[in-house]
Write a protein that binds this ligand. Sequence first.
Ligand code: 13P
Ligand code: SF4
Length: 304
Amino acid sequence: MSNKLIEKIEQLKQDRNAVILAHNYQPAEIQDLADFCGDSLGLSIKAAETDAGTIIFCGVQFMAETAAILSPEKTVLLPDKSAGCPLADMITAEQLSELKQQYPDALVVCYVNSSAEVKAESDYCCTSANAVEVVESLPADRKIIFVPDQHLGRFVAERVARNLVLWPGYCHVHVVITEDDIKNAKAKYPDAIVMAHPECTEPVKELSHQLLSTGQMLKFADKSTAKRFIVATETGMLHPLEKQNPHAEFIAAGDRAICPNMKKITVEKVLWALEDMQYKITVPQDIRVKARKALDRMVEILPR
Ligand code: 13P
Ligand code: SF4
Protein backbone atom coordinates (compact mmCIF):
# COMPACT_ATOMS: atom_id res chain seq x y z
CA MET A 1 0.00 0.00 0.00
CA SER A 2 1.40 3.40 -0.95
CA ASN A 3 2.69 5.50 1.96
CA LYS A 4 1.58 8.62 0.12
CA LEU A 5 -2.03 7.45 0.18
CA ILE A 6 -1.83 6.70 3.89
CA GLU A 7 -0.22 10.08 4.62
CA LYS A 8 -2.98 11.87 2.71
CA ILE A 9 -5.64 9.91 4.60
CA GLU A 10 -4.02 10.70 7.95
CA GLN A 11 -3.86 14.40 7.11
CA LEU A 12 -7.47 14.54 5.92
CA LYS A 13 -8.62 12.64 9.00
CA GLN A 14 -7.22 15.46 11.13
CA ASP A 15 -8.61 18.21 8.89
CA ARG A 16 -12.07 16.63 8.95
CA ASN A 17 -12.00 15.48 12.59
CA ALA A 18 -12.75 12.01 11.25
CA VAL A 19 -12.46 8.50 12.61
CA ILE A 20 -12.25 5.32 10.52
CA LEU A 21 -14.29 2.33 11.69
CA ALA A 22 -13.92 -1.05 9.97
CA HIS A 23 -15.82 -4.32 10.26
CA ASN A 24 -13.88 -7.55 10.87
CA TYR A 25 -14.68 -8.72 7.30
CA GLN A 26 -13.02 -5.73 5.62
CA PRO A 27 -9.93 -6.23 3.43
CA ALA A 28 -6.78 -6.54 5.58
CA GLU A 29 -5.35 -3.17 4.47
CA ILE A 30 -8.57 -1.40 5.50
CA GLN A 31 -8.53 -3.06 8.92
CA ASP A 32 -4.89 -1.99 9.33
CA LEU A 33 -5.77 1.57 8.42
CA ALA A 34 -8.79 1.83 10.74
CA ASP A 35 -8.87 3.49 14.16
CA PHE A 36 -11.21 0.80 15.40
CA CYS A 37 -12.18 -2.65 14.07
CA GLY A 38 -14.99 -4.76 15.43
CA ASP A 39 -18.25 -6.61 15.01
CA SER A 40 -21.59 -4.92 14.27
CA LEU A 41 -22.25 -4.35 17.95
CA GLY A 42 -18.80 -2.98 18.79
CA LEU A 43 -18.89 -0.65 15.80
CA SER A 44 -22.35 0.72 16.71
CA ILE A 45 -21.15 1.46 20.23
CA LYS A 46 -17.94 3.07 18.96
CA ALA A 47 -19.89 5.19 16.46
CA ALA A 48 -22.14 6.48 19.25
CA GLU A 49 -19.26 7.15 21.65
CA THR A 50 -16.70 8.84 19.43
CA ASP A 51 -16.08 12.59 19.70
CA ALA A 52 -15.18 12.75 16.01
CA GLY A 53 -17.57 14.76 13.84
CA THR A 54 -17.15 12.46 10.83
CA ILE A 55 -17.26 8.67 10.73
CA ILE A 56 -15.81 6.85 7.73
CA PHE A 57 -17.67 3.57 7.94
CA CYS A 58 -15.79 0.74 6.24
CA GLY A 59 -18.50 -1.87 6.13
CA VAL A 60 -21.89 -2.18 4.48
CA GLN A 61 -24.91 0.07 4.30
CA PHE A 62 -26.92 -1.16 7.29
CA MET A 63 -23.89 -0.63 9.52
CA ALA A 64 -23.41 2.98 8.39
CA GLU A 65 -27.17 3.52 8.70
CA THR A 66 -27.07 2.23 12.29
CA ALA A 67 -24.30 4.72 13.06
CA ALA A 68 -26.42 7.51 11.51
CA ILE A 69 -29.44 6.47 13.62
CA LEU A 70 -27.39 6.52 16.82
CA SER A 71 -25.48 9.72 16.01
CA PRO A 72 -27.57 11.99 13.77
CA GLU A 73 -25.34 14.95 14.62
CA LYS A 74 -22.31 13.22 13.07
CA THR A 75 -21.51 12.92 9.37
CA VAL A 76 -21.46 9.23 8.47
CA LEU A 77 -19.73 8.37 5.19
CA LEU A 78 -19.77 5.02 3.37
CA PRO A 79 -16.82 4.95 0.91
CA ASP A 80 -18.80 2.88 -1.64
CA LYS A 81 -22.51 3.60 -1.70
CA SER A 82 -23.27 0.31 -3.45
CA ALA A 83 -21.90 -1.75 -0.54
CA GLY A 84 -25.16 -3.31 0.61
CA CYS A 85 -26.13 -6.48 2.44
CA PRO A 86 -28.38 -8.87 0.49
CA LEU A 87 -29.56 -10.40 3.78
CA ALA A 88 -30.75 -6.99 5.00
CA ASP A 89 -32.64 -6.55 1.71
CA MET A 90 -34.54 -9.83 2.14
CA ILE A 91 -37.34 -8.20 4.10
CA THR A 92 -39.01 -4.84 3.49
CA ALA A 93 -40.93 -2.76 6.02
CA GLU A 94 -44.14 -3.59 4.09
CA GLN A 95 -43.48 -7.33 4.34
CA LEU A 96 -42.80 -7.01 8.05
CA SER A 97 -45.95 -5.00 8.52
CA GLU A 98 -47.99 -7.77 6.80
CA LEU A 99 -46.35 -10.39 9.03
CA LYS A 100 -47.23 -8.33 12.11
CA GLN A 101 -50.88 -8.32 11.02
CA GLN A 102 -50.82 -12.13 11.10
CA TYR A 103 -49.49 -12.05 14.68
CA PRO A 104 -50.95 -8.87 16.17
CA ASP A 105 -49.80 -9.65 19.73
CA ALA A 106 -46.24 -10.56 18.82
CA LEU A 107 -43.09 -8.65 19.70
CA VAL A 108 -40.71 -8.09 16.78
CA VAL A 109 -36.96 -8.60 17.11
CA CYS A 110 -34.91 -7.60 14.08
CA TYR A 111 -31.31 -8.49 13.42
CA VAL A 112 -29.19 -5.37 12.96
CA ASN A 113 -28.61 -6.63 9.38
CA SER A 114 -31.82 -4.90 8.28
CA SER A 115 -32.87 -1.56 6.82
CA ALA A 116 -33.68 1.47 8.98
CA GLU A 117 -37.33 1.11 7.86
CA VAL A 118 -37.46 -2.49 9.15
CA LYS A 119 -35.84 -1.43 12.43
CA ALA A 120 -38.51 1.27 12.71
CA GLU A 121 -41.22 -1.43 12.43
CA SER A 122 -39.52 -3.53 15.15
CA ASP A 123 -39.71 -3.50 18.93
CA TYR A 124 -36.16 -4.65 19.56
CA CYS A 125 -32.97 -4.85 17.56
CA CYS A 126 -30.17 -7.36 18.17
CA THR A 127 -26.81 -8.38 16.77
CA SER A 128 -25.39 -11.88 16.59
CA ALA A 129 -23.48 -11.06 19.81
CA ASN A 130 -26.59 -10.39 21.91
CA ALA A 131 -29.56 -11.98 20.09
CA VAL A 132 -29.94 -14.67 22.77
CA GLU A 133 -29.92 -12.12 25.63
CA VAL A 134 -32.41 -9.88 23.84
CA VAL A 135 -34.91 -12.69 23.20
CA GLU A 136 -34.36 -14.16 26.67
CA SER A 137 -35.35 -10.83 28.24
CA LEU A 138 -38.80 -10.87 26.59
CA PRO A 139 -41.96 -12.07 28.39
CA ALA A 140 -42.43 -15.84 28.11
CA ASP A 141 -46.11 -15.51 27.17
CA ARG A 142 -45.55 -13.29 24.11
CA LYS A 143 -45.09 -14.62 20.60
CA ILE A 144 -41.86 -13.38 19.00
CA ILE A 145 -41.27 -12.59 15.34
CA PHE A 146 -37.57 -12.75 14.42
CA VAL A 147 -36.36 -11.22 11.12
CA PRO A 148 -34.67 -11.51 8.67
CA ASP A 149 -32.06 -14.27 9.22
CA GLN A 150 -33.61 -17.71 9.67
CA HIS A 151 -30.32 -19.32 10.72
CA LEU A 152 -29.57 -16.84 13.49
CA GLY A 153 -33.25 -17.17 14.45
CA ARG A 154 -33.00 -20.97 14.80
CA PHE A 155 -29.83 -20.64 16.85
CA VAL A 156 -31.62 -18.22 19.21
CA ALA A 157 -34.76 -20.39 19.38
CA GLU A 158 -32.66 -23.38 20.42
CA ARG A 159 -30.68 -21.44 23.03
CA VAL A 160 -33.77 -19.92 24.67
CA ALA A 161 -35.90 -23.06 24.13
CA ARG A 162 -38.89 -21.31 22.62
CA ASN A 163 -40.57 -21.13 19.24
CA LEU A 164 -40.02 -18.02 17.16
CA VAL A 165 -41.83 -16.92 14.02
CA LEU A 166 -38.95 -16.84 11.53
CA TRP A 167 -38.52 -15.02 8.23
CA PRO A 168 -36.81 -17.11 5.54
CA GLY A 169 -33.85 -14.75 5.01
CA TYR A 170 -30.26 -15.95 4.86
CA CYS A 171 -26.73 -14.68 4.22
CA HIS A 172 -25.50 -15.92 0.84
CA VAL A 173 -21.91 -15.87 2.13
CA HIS A 174 -22.47 -18.09 5.17
CA VAL A 175 -24.77 -20.63 3.54
CA VAL A 176 -22.07 -21.63 1.04
CA ILE A 177 -20.06 -23.14 3.89
CA THR A 178 -21.15 -26.77 3.79
CA GLU A 179 -21.32 -29.68 6.19
CA ASP A 180 -18.64 -31.38 4.05
CA ASP A 181 -16.34 -28.36 4.40
CA ILE A 182 -16.45 -28.78 8.18
CA LYS A 183 -16.12 -32.58 8.07
CA ASN A 184 -13.11 -32.35 5.74
CA ALA A 185 -11.41 -29.64 7.79
CA LYS A 186 -11.99 -31.60 11.02
CA ALA A 187 -10.56 -34.77 9.44
CA LYS A 188 -7.47 -32.84 8.32
CA TYR A 189 -7.03 -30.94 11.62
CA PRO A 190 -8.54 -33.17 14.33
CA ASP A 191 -7.05 -31.04 17.12
CA ALA A 192 -8.68 -27.81 15.88
CA ILE A 193 -11.56 -25.97 17.54
CA VAL A 194 -14.35 -25.12 15.10
CA MET A 195 -15.80 -21.62 15.55
CA ALA A 196 -18.88 -20.88 13.43
CA HIS A 197 -20.97 -17.75 12.98
CA PRO A 198 -24.68 -18.26 13.86
CA GLU A 199 -25.59 -17.24 10.28
CA CYS A 200 -24.21 -20.64 9.14
CA THR A 201 -26.66 -23.42 8.33
CA GLU A 202 -27.83 -25.82 11.06
CA PRO A 203 -25.76 -28.86 9.90
CA VAL A 204 -22.61 -26.70 9.96
CA LYS A 205 -23.46 -25.38 13.42
CA GLU A 206 -24.11 -28.89 14.74
CA LEU A 207 -20.58 -29.89 13.73
CA SER A 208 -19.01 -26.81 15.33
CA HIS A 209 -17.67 -26.42 18.86
CA GLN A 210 -18.41 -22.72 19.36
CA LEU A 211 -21.12 -20.50 17.83
CA LEU A 212 -19.91 -16.92 18.02
CA SER A 213 -20.26 -13.45 16.53
CA THR A 214 -17.07 -12.13 14.93
CA GLY A 215 -16.21 -10.12 18.05
CA GLN A 216 -16.84 -13.14 20.25
CA MET A 217 -14.49 -15.23 18.05
CA LEU A 218 -11.69 -12.80 18.86
CA LYS A 219 -12.43 -12.93 22.58
CA PHE A 220 -12.65 -16.72 22.54
CA ALA A 221 -9.38 -17.22 20.62
CA ASP A 222 -7.62 -14.76 22.91
CA LYS A 223 -8.54 -16.76 26.03
CA SER A 224 -8.18 -20.24 24.52
CA THR A 225 -5.04 -22.35 24.90
CA ALA A 226 -5.81 -24.12 21.57
CA LYS A 227 -3.27 -23.66 18.81
CA ARG A 228 -5.49 -24.34 15.81
CA PHE A 229 -8.94 -23.11 14.84
CA ILE A 230 -11.26 -23.79 11.90
CA VAL A 231 -13.19 -20.61 11.18
CA ALA A 232 -16.67 -20.88 9.62
CA THR A 233 -17.45 -17.33 8.61
CA GLU A 234 -16.42 -14.72 6.02
CA THR A 235 -12.71 -15.17 5.27
CA GLY A 236 -11.79 -11.57 6.19
CA MET A 237 -12.10 -12.73 9.80
CA LEU A 238 -8.78 -14.59 9.53
CA HIS A 239 -6.88 -11.29 9.47
CA PRO A 240 -7.81 -9.98 12.94
CA LEU A 241 -7.58 -13.49 14.40
CA GLU A 242 -4.06 -13.99 13.02
CA LYS A 243 -2.98 -10.50 14.02
CA GLN A 244 -4.19 -11.00 17.58
CA ASN A 245 -2.86 -14.57 17.95
CA PRO A 246 0.42 -14.86 16.00
CA HIS A 247 1.21 -18.26 17.51
CA ALA A 248 -2.07 -19.93 16.59
CA GLU A 249 -3.22 -21.21 13.20
CA PHE A 250 -6.56 -20.22 11.68
CA ILE A 251 -8.04 -22.17 8.79
CA ALA A 252 -10.99 -20.92 6.74
CA ALA A 253 -13.73 -23.56 6.69
CA GLY A 254 -14.78 -22.44 3.21
CA ASP A 255 -12.65 -20.44 0.74
CA ARG A 256 -15.82 -19.39 -1.07
CA ALA A 257 -17.17 -17.50 1.95
CA ILE A 258 -16.23 -14.04 0.69
CA CYS A 259 -18.66 -11.14 1.04
CA PRO A 260 -18.37 -9.17 -2.22
CA ASN A 261 -19.99 -6.11 -0.65
CA MET A 262 -17.52 -5.96 2.24
CA LYS A 263 -14.68 -6.14 -0.29
CA LYS A 264 -15.92 -3.11 -2.24
CA ILE A 265 -14.14 -0.78 0.17
CA THR A 266 -10.60 0.10 -0.93
CA VAL A 267 -7.91 2.44 0.42
CA GLU A 268 -8.46 4.77 -2.56
CA LYS A 269 -12.19 4.93 -1.84
CA VAL A 270 -11.45 5.81 1.80
CA LEU A 271 -9.28 8.69 0.56
CA TRP A 272 -11.98 9.87 -1.87
CA ALA A 273 -14.59 9.65 0.89
CA LEU A 274 -12.49 12.02 3.00
CA GLU A 275 -11.66 14.33 0.08
CA ASP A 276 -15.20 14.66 -1.24
CA MET A 277 -17.07 13.98 2.03
CA GLN A 278 -19.13 11.27 0.39
CA TYR A 279 -21.25 9.15 0.43
CA LYS A 280 -23.33 10.62 3.23
CA ILE A 281 -25.67 8.15 4.90
CA THR A 282 -28.74 9.75 6.44
CA VAL A 283 -32.02 8.42 7.75
CA PRO A 284 -35.27 10.46 7.59
CA GLN A 285 -36.23 11.81 11.02
CA ASP A 286 -39.52 9.87 11.43
CA ILE A 287 -37.83 6.54 10.61
CA ARG A 288 -34.77 7.41 12.66
CA VAL A 289 -36.71 8.10 15.85
CA LYS A 290 -38.63 4.79 15.66
CA ALA A 291 -35.54 2.74 14.66
CA ARG A 292 -33.61 4.35 17.51
CA LYS A 293 -36.12 2.97 20.03
CA ALA A 294 -35.43 -0.60 18.87
CA LEU A 295 -31.67 0.01 19.10
CA ASP A 296 -31.91 1.70 22.51
CA ARG A 297 -33.89 -1.23 23.90
CA MET A 298 -31.12 -3.55 22.72
CA VAL A 299 -28.45 -1.43 24.41
CA GLU A 300 -30.44 -1.40 27.68
CA ILE A 301 -30.58 -5.23 27.78
CA LEU A 302 -27.12 -5.75 26.63
CA PRO A 303 -24.14 -7.03 28.54
CA ARG A 304 -21.48 -4.89 26.77
P1 13P B 1 -21.02 -9.69 13.35
O1 13P B 1 -22.00 -8.81 14.02
O2 13P B 1 -20.79 -10.99 14.04
O3 13P B 1 -19.74 -8.95 13.12
O4 13P B 1 -21.60 -10.10 11.92
C1 13P B 1 -21.98 -9.18 10.96
C2 13P B 1 -22.31 -9.80 9.69
O5 13P B 1 -22.59 -9.16 8.72
C3 13P B 1 -22.27 -11.24 9.61
O6 13P B 1 -22.38 -11.65 8.31
FE1 SF4 C 1 -24.52 -9.25 4.75
FE2 SF4 C 1 -23.63 -11.75 4.73
FE3 SF4 C 1 -22.05 -9.79 3.86
FE4 SF4 C 1 -22.63 -10.06 6.48
S1 SF4 C 1 -21.46 -11.46 5.21
S2 SF4 C 1 -22.65 -8.16 5.28
S3 SF4 C 1 -24.75 -10.78 6.36
S4 SF4 C 1 -23.99 -10.47 2.94
